[in-house]
Design a protein around this ligand. Sequence first.
Ligand SMILES: C=C(OP(=O)(O)O)C(=O)O
Ligand SMILES: [Mg+2]
Length: 399
Amino acid sequence: MTLITDVRLRRVLDSRGNATVEADVTTESGGFGRAAAPSGASTGEHEAIELPANEAIASAREHAVPRLVGEVYAGNQREVDAALHAADGTENFSEIGANSAVAISMAAAKAGADVLGAPLYQHLGGTFRGDQFPTPLGNVVGGGEHAEEATNIQEFLSAPVGAPSVTEAVFANAQVHARIGEILEEKGVPANKGDEGAWAPPIGDDEAFEIVDQATTEVGDELGFEISFGLDMAAAEMYEDGEYVYEGEDNRSTAEQIDYVAEMVDEYDMAYVEDPLDENDFEAFAELTDRVGDRTLICGDDLYVTNVERLQEGIDKGSSNSILIKPNQIGTLSDAVDAIELGARHGIQSVVSHRSGETEDTTIAHLAVGAAAPYIKTGTVAGERTAKLNELIRIEEQA
Ligand SMILES: C=C(OP(=O)(O)O)C(=O)O
Ligand SMILES: [Mg+2]
């Protein structure tokens, strides 16, 4: 029934206006799935390779499509993803492109779910899933690689840890975003926006900490539940010649960076810090986790790139207590689920994540619920972000 009978690939636009890969998968019994690849700006150096969309499509048509059509069942995700790996033949999808691979992997999952008549999260996670929802981490202020002339720190993330439901958490993050817009207006700061729809004001990190702290506290008090906040420091982007470079401030050595992050965690009671250190410094990550890991999540994004081998190294060294999960960093849903499950077995909390370049695709909302990930990071406002957030609201209503 779920035998794949057709795979179509095309170029579509992502939210930055760049070309990305969209895949349509059809099965013997008429099941259909469509999915599109996202794209990062602050990419980790160990990520699977994204090829220019037209090259990825041409290569996948030549190498992957013949191994899928008439050969593989969309309902068997492991088989689909194994065929993609076999078609590619490299360690990092540099032959067919991780963008083609992830689009086909996700479209096949949707086609499989369509034939079964089950929601995607249930097809991915099984019948006992849908009882646990991720807390959405919402980007509300940012800069770094996502906006010019804004904060050094890439993302300040609203974290509604006390919200009674995912729906209330989603609306809380939007309210924090709106409150920050008002505060910026009161201060007369131009309210530009970055790639993910977060405010990208021309202010220093210190002022951003104060504004986000004020907004999350005020909205939390109004709604009657705790809204903490966190960061994605994307520190690999700041790391040059052994130092962390902060525009408008002194550079920090690794020891100073660890002290700075630990101080900020305590000063603002932060719930979450992603990529506080360079993407190859498992040891410095471990030092910071040792210091503050009992009271906050230290999350590896560029550090792990959703790769089980890198995650295993982090587990062995005690580098973090959290991992970011981006399916396009590793190329298939099976690989992403393997990373979530390896993490879960070792007490590592997963944060399923969007990319800064996104489409209206909603697969990550289903992946987060299907894999019972405790967190999802998928923005706060902007259509390509609300597509996922609104899908979470629908899943919560139907589950
Ligand atoms: C979402 C992120 O940004 P990008 O997609 O640019 O890597 C991130 O760094 O977590
Ligand atoms: Mg990141």
